[in-house]
Design a protein around this ligand. Structure first.
Ligand code: X8Z
Ligand code: ZN
Length: 602
């Protein structure tokens, strides 16, 4: 007995040594591959693409070899006494097995397919509505701006169709091979398909059911928003709203109809009351992208969180360069060396992008908080946690109270009255509530492709089936199987799981509620301290609570991390419902007045 006990201790000591070495080496390999990826993303050209592909191949090879080596020494990998060791082994084994799934030549092919899809997406150009021979419009900022600002139905339709033709259509032929490769890797790693492989990060057998239940809880509210916006849009676009009750997807201020905040002026409940779009103020005050990041950094540090290091300010790319192609879709980078952290964002000076700045800074804050964990644990507790950090802070930043505090809203603007609150909450719901069905359907779509339910011949029909069913939107004209409209959304060609954003949209309100309590800014019993008015600015107590969860990385299952941050162990919709309660009540009455029945024919 004693002998076997000490054998086990010896084994654990040996395992720790081996993992330390693995950790050191894999951080180096990760640094090299992240650097090559970065160089390509900020300067798309053939040479940089080659280097990027070479380095990512090296990374995969390293993972494969390491796992071969480690697994040959430890047959007993699930039976260490130390739960942390077991967890590390389990994570490395998945990385190792998936790295070994494809022979080198096929792996190269897979990497190339993914790279080509992102390149098509990031470099696509569309032709102008006014002059069809001028074909130099990029998604960021040109087409995005048209979708946001134009109220000319024909121009919007043109921009929408152009983008879907120049991105999605071109990407379509690569998607089926991508699906097959992804599934092959997942299956060799003992998952049923690539959808199940993605979902492993939520560490729950009931994740799909849990998400469906959250959606069912929030769906009636979404339908009220949909009905109200549809009625209001009917006033601007008279012949566009028809019997079926579906809203044409090109009229909602955003290419994917995933956030409707830009049509706020068309749907504002009380136009004579204050609005919280402070874009004009930012411009008047000479805001620059850099200033937006500084403002965000100041908010983080006011909570006692970690300031961005000098390397961040030196190396980040905060504006779109004029002389080369870049991947404009915003992202935050961890170079795995504990020193280099960067953001890449083609920032424009708007309120919406101020929120995106906080979103990205939230990712970097997470990286900074868990930088001393072993590499395998330098991840979000689950992918939704990573997306939720910056958004949680932004819930405070965009309150009228805070905007006044930082001088973006005039002190004398009345903001505490009922009507202004409804305006404010409607603006927030145009982002947060409206996003939910979109955040859900992107992966529902891909799960059903990965598991074989949906065939290649139905890729586009199924996309629109879900868009109609969940979002209640329809395309501006007939779509066919020549099109691939899902491919016109970044995360599909870029191979990025999307459920994370749905999860984030729910849990960020749980985080907000908990931090607001901690900051003494919210009291469920006190009508003068509603959740939507809370600003945690300068609360060291709130910051400490957040940091305690972030610093854990993925070293523990996420319910434990959530418990540290909120006292709750489950995702639940009560916080988001509570935040929006006055608006939901108002919408029900308003829709009745407008004789609007929520719902549509899908
Ligand atoms: O992709 C992003 C971030 C980078 S993680 C800019 N977001 C999703 C999107 O743009 O579709 C943030 C909100 C949802
Ligand atoms: Zn993000």
């Amino acid at each position: 007995m004693i002998g076997s006990f000490s054998d086990r201790n010896d084994l654990e000591t040996k395992a720790r040594l081996i993992l330390d070495e693995y950790n050191r080496q894999s951080s180096e390999v990760c640094f090299k591959s992240a650097s090559a990826n970065w160089n390509y993303a900020v300067n798309i050209n053939d040479d940089n693409e080659k280097i990027k592909l070479r380095e990512s191949l090296e990374n995969v090879k390293f993972q494969k070899e390491s796992w071969k080596n480690i697994s040959s020494q430890f047959k007993t990998r699930d039976s260490f006494k130390d739960a942390v060791l077991n967890r590390m082994f389990q994570k490395i084994s998945i990385t190792g097995m998936s790295a070994a799934a494809l022979p080198e030549e096929r792996l190269k092919e897979f990497q190339q397919i993914k790279s080509t899809m992102t390149k098509i997406y990031s470099t696509a150009k569309t032709c102008a509505y006014e002059d069809r021979s001028r074909c130099n419009l990029s998604l960021d900022p040109d087409v995005t701006q048209i979708m946001k600002e134009s109220r000319d139905e024909k121009k919007l339709r043109h921009a929408w169709l152009e983008w879907h033709d120049k991105s999605g259509v071109e990407i379509r032929k690569f998607y089926k091979p991508y699906v097959d490769f992804s599934n092959e890797i997942a299956r060799t790693t003992n998952f049923s398909d690539a959808g199940a492989f993605w979902l492993r990060e939520y560490e729950s057998d009931t994740i799909k059911e849990d998400i469906e239940q959250l959606w069912q809880t929030l769906k009636p509210f979404y339908q009220q928003m949909h009905a109200y916006v549809r009625a209001k849009l009917g006033e601007t676009y008279k012949d566009q709203i028809t019997e079926d009750g579906l809203i044409p997807a090109h009229l909602l201020g955003n290419m994917w109809a995933q956030s409707w905040e830009h049509i706020y002026p068309l749907v504002v409940p009380f136009p004579e009351k204050a609005s919280i779009d402070v874009t004009e103020q930012m411009k008047q005050q000479g805001y620059t992208p850099l200033k937006m990041f500084q403002i965000s950094d100041e908010f983080f540090t006011s909570l006692g969180l970690i300031p961005m290091p000098p390397e961040f300010w030196k190396e980040s790319l905060l504006e779109k360069p004029k002389d080369r192609e870049v991947v404009c879709h915003a992202s935050a980078w961890d170079f795995c060396n504990g020193k280099d952290f960067r953001i890449k964002q083609c920032t424009v000076v708007t309120t919406e992008q101020l929120v995106t700045v906080h979103h990205e800074m939230g990712h970097v804050q997470y990286y900074l908080q868990y930088k001393d964990q072993p590499l395998v644990f330098r991840r979000g507790a689950n992918p939704g946690f990573h997306e939720a950090v910056g958004d949680t802070l932004a819930l405070s930043v965009t309150t009228p109270k805070h905007l006044k505090e930082i001088g973006l809203l005039d002190e004398s603007t009345p903001t505490d009255d009922y009507q202004t609150s409804i305006n404010f909450l409607l603006g927030m719901a145009l982002k947060k509530i409206v996003f939910l069905p979109f955040g859900y359907l992107i992966d529902k779509y891909r799960w059903d492709i990965f598991d074989g339910t949906v065939k290649e011949t139905e890729y586009n029909a199924y996309w629109w089936k879900l868009r109609k069913e969940y979002q209640g939107v329809k395309p501006p004209s007939v779509r066919t199987e020549e099109h691939f409209d899902a491919g016109a959304k970044f995360h599909v060609p870029a191979d990025v799981e999307y459920l994370r954003y749905f999860v984030s949209n729910v849990i960020q309100f749980q985080f907000h509620r908990s931090l607001c309590k901690e900051a003494g800014q919210y009291d469920a019993q006190d009508p003068l301290k509603p959740l939507h008015n809370c600003d945690i600015y300068r609360s060291k107590a709130a910051g400490a609570k957040l940091a305690a969860g972030l610093a854990m990385g993925s070293s523990r299952p996420w319910p434990e991390v959530m418990k540290v941050m909120t006292g709750q162990e489950k995702m639940d919709a009560s916080a988001i419902r509570e935040y929006f309660k006055p608006l939901e009540d108002w919408l029900v009455l308003e829709n009745a007045k407008l004789a609007q029945t929520p719902g549509w024919q899908s």
